[in-house]
Design a protein around this ligand. Structure first.
Ligand code: FES
Length: 172
């Protein structure tokens, strides 16, 4: 049995293998194994990738490649509020790369990281949301699962939204 200790908001120790109960041990189930880990923990810890690779019988390097290829997987814990910036053509051309840089700077996110140190926000890029007429589009996923779509996003609007969320969380 694979016993894996995973760190997240609530430190927990669990048997990841129990997530794979009904899953056949074949390589083509790698994506499903990773999906279940991501769904359970909100991200893919290295131990989880290793457990999935071992379970379905593929090398760790292959599982890692898959985990880094699909943007729905995250290798680090995501923030309580997940900010997704569309980098489809229309949104990219209309300034979402600048919005991306603005948010990273405003939230003081370290290089090669996407989540703030306090775990309140993560800033990520995404593919087209299908509402290109509103470009540039930013989506905020709230902790309760609702989404706020911000069209024609710019630094002024984003700053106001971030400050409002911080205030609601009792932070300045
Ligand atoms: S390109 Fe951004 S919503 Fe389509």
């Amino acid at each position: 049995m694979l016993n894996v200790r995973v760190s997240n908001n609530q430190q927990s120790s669990t048997s990841i293998e129990s997530l794979f109960n009904d899953l056949e041990r074949v390589p083509h189930n790698l994506i499903e194994a990773l999906r279940r880990i991501q769904s359970k923990y909100g991200y893919l810890p290295p131990e989880g990738i290793k457990a999935a690779a071992e379970y379905v019988g593929v090398p760790y390097s292959q599982a890692y490649s898959v985990a880094t290829f699909y943007h729905q997987y995250s290798l680090e814990p995501v923030g309580k509020y997940r900010i997704l910036l569309c980098m489809g053509t229309a949104c990219h051309l209309r300034g979402n790369d600048l919005n991306h840089e603005f948010l990273r700077t405003m939230l003081n996110i370290e290089k090669n990281k996407k989540t703030t140190k306090d775990g309140l926000f993560s800033v990520e890029v995404a593919r087209c949301f299908g509402c290109c007429g509103l470009a540039p589009v930013v989506v905020i996923e709230n902790p309760d699962g609702t989404r706020k779509i911000i069209g024609k996003a710019n630094a002024r609007v984003l700053r106001a939204v971030i400050l409002k969320i911080k205030r609601s969380e009792g932070k300045r």
